[in-house]
Design a protein around this ligand. Structure first.
Ligand SMILES: Cc1ncc(COP(=O)(O)O)c(C=O)c1O
Length: 365
């Protein structure tokens, strides 16, 4: 048997970048996943979804939304998301990864320019390689660099892509970027994978956080695989943009419609967040205060990124914490430039366990 990729795999091992999958045995406390609100552990939401789904004739979408895969479950969730976030229209997708491919590949056309944050998620970076327009990378969360690049560009349409809370840095998108987009009439794509459900007085994300009423140039993408404790994604925008995406975005046209179970579970999660907002917001604030007390870090969301810079050292720290009973992320290249420990201070972890884990981490640093 030929080992076609032996050299590449060996190189990954030598540089400490080799990865493998393991099944979570459940014997350690999960401080690595993106289940920010603990909803993936919420058995009541699961039962509710199973019961509701049983009332329908089908449990799988069977076809693309443009054939006959579009279902009441999709439409109702889109309507609820629009109402909760103040957008005109929405479309659900199978995942956040395909939502980024869908939006960026379809919206950035010949003669257009995409301005993408240097730290934008890999799915957006991949999509940027598929577009026919110009791609301009701006310095991470830097409105001044973006301003310079925007105002020297002669493209027909300008499209900016940012994240609400950045997945690896944990920082919040600068408000000035929203103002800049309006000032030069650029479309603004906001990937809210890590901000929806976590920030804003209603926990709806970055628009809510800054009290920005969505405008015709705003596009919000959210994932269901993180705070919503499910799987899938959605895009919210003006009727006009959603109409265009439904007609041009390949992951919408050529993929089976999103899972009915996951979409319905996402809908129940939205209602749960809306009906438990003060409680969830208080628990988030409590965890953020604990992070500040133990590590001296101010976190706007629930991502605690610790810069380490050495691939082997992050793996050692991760192993020490595992021995102490805690799972955290050891994030290396190409996900980040320099290795970090990524701890998620998610809700549902008892306060004393989170405090103990943060204490262990502080000692290891
Ligand atoms: C910022 C960001 N966008 C998009 C995605 C992809 O979302 P999904 O996991 O739903 O495919 C992720 C997932 O890690 C992410 O962190």
């Amino acid at each position: 048997m030929s080992l076609y990729y032996a050299n590449e795999l060996e190189a990954l091992k030598r540089s400490g970048r080799y990865r493998s999958r393991s099944i979570d045995s459940g014997d350690v406390v999960d401080l690595a996943s993106n289940d920010y609100l603990g909803l993936a552990h919420n058995a009541a939401l699961r039962s509710l979804t199973c019961n509701d789904l049983a009332a329908y004739e089908i449990h799988a979408p069977k076809a693309s939304m443009l054939v006959n895969g579009y279902h009441d479950i999709h439409r109702n969730f889109e309507a609820a998301l629009c109402a909760a976030n103040g957008f005109e229209a929405g479309v659900v997708l199978g995942s956040g990864f395909s939502a980024n491919i869908a939006m960026i590949e379809a919206l950035v056309r010949k003669g257009d320019a995409l301005f993408i944050d240097a730290s934008y998620h890999a799915s957006g970076q991949l999509a940027a390689r598929l577009v026919e327009g110009e791609v301009i990378v701006f310095a991470h969360n830097d409105p001044e660099d973006l301003r310079t690049k925007l105002f020297t560009c002669k493209a027909k349409r300008r499209i900016i892509a940012v994240e609400g809370i950045y997945s690896m840095e944990g920082d919040v998108c600068a408000r000035a970027i929203f103002d800049l987009a309006d000032e030069c009439d650029a479309l603004l794509i906001v990937d809210e994978a890590h901000s929806s459900g976590v920030i804003g007085p209603n926990l709806m994300g970055i628009f809510d956080h800054y009290a920005i009423a969505p405008r015709y140039n705003h596009i919000k993408m959210g994932t269901l695989g993180k705070a919503y404790g499910s799987f899938g994604a959605y895009i919210l925008a003006s009727e006009h943009i959603i109409d265009f995406l439904i007609n041009r975005a390949k992951p919408i046209i050529y993929a089976t419609a999103p899972s009915l179970f996951d979409t319905l579970l996402g809908h129940h999660a939205l209602v749960y967040i809306q009906t438990h907002t003060p409680l969830l917001a208080a628990q988030i604030a409590l965890n953020q205060a604990l992070i500040k007390a133990c590590l001296g870090l101010t976190c706007k969301g629930l991502i605690v990124p610790i810069a380490i810079g050495d691939n082997r050292r992050v793996l050692e720290i991760q192993a020490h914490l595992r021995e102490a009973g805690y799972a955290v992320g050891a994030i290396r290249q190409p996900t980040v430039e320099r290795a970090i420990i990524r701890l998620i201070a998610r809700l549902g972890v008892p306060h004393e366990r989170l405090s103990d884990a943060l204490g262990h981490l502080a000692k290891l640093l």
